[in-house]
Design a binder for this molecule. Sequence first.
Ligand code: SF4
Length: 235
Amino acid sequence: MGARARPRPARGGAQVTRRSEARRALLAWYRAERRDLPWRGTRDPYAIWVSETMLQQTRVEAVIPYYERFLARFPDVGTLASADLDDVLSLWAGLGYYSRARNLKRAAEQLVTRFAGRLPDGVEMLRELPGVGRYTAGAIASIAFDHPAPIVDGNVARVLARLVGLREPIESSAVKARLWEEAERLADGPAPGDLNQALMELGARICIPRTPRCDLCPVSRFCDARAVGDAASLP
Ligand code: SF4
């Protein structure tokens, strides 16, 4: 999968084979090791949308009780669309970044008007909704609808930068584009939702910022940064 010149067959068909093997390793690890989080047991696009929105800028542990209360009170798009905004905001109190709650409510109203209360399955239509960016659209499309849509957030960017050995600043638009391309190639196969969640999970638990736990990593044998020995300093 790597971008650096080293003595290994990493181009063309061989690169595709390495990516397929890495995919399989990620999926097997994720299915065996994933945390039992409340949104992991559903394919309901609405529930996945709510969870992904809450998880933006907020830790998993903090999100869990909010997610459960929100889904109990507003179990579907229609309930949220017809709710009083103050009720939505009071349920959100303490989670921060209140624009997320306002956008959820506005988007729910648009979904009722435009899509009979259902979330569309395509990334482009999802991105037309308030508060839904490329990452959230990709998460909904892949997890709920099995579309091979990529996702890149901070955790996934770190994993991919290390895997392919990207040593340029991660803020550069060329590197961002490269990360999305890599995520797109990885998502393109069976179970794209699980694959994307495996990348998130790996970034949250194993491929962590300063002290990556490479000995426990399911894709260590495919990882450029580990091979070179500079994983902790990337990206
Ligand atoms: Fe991250 Fe290490 Fe795994 Fe590479 S081997 S992806 S640096 S945890």
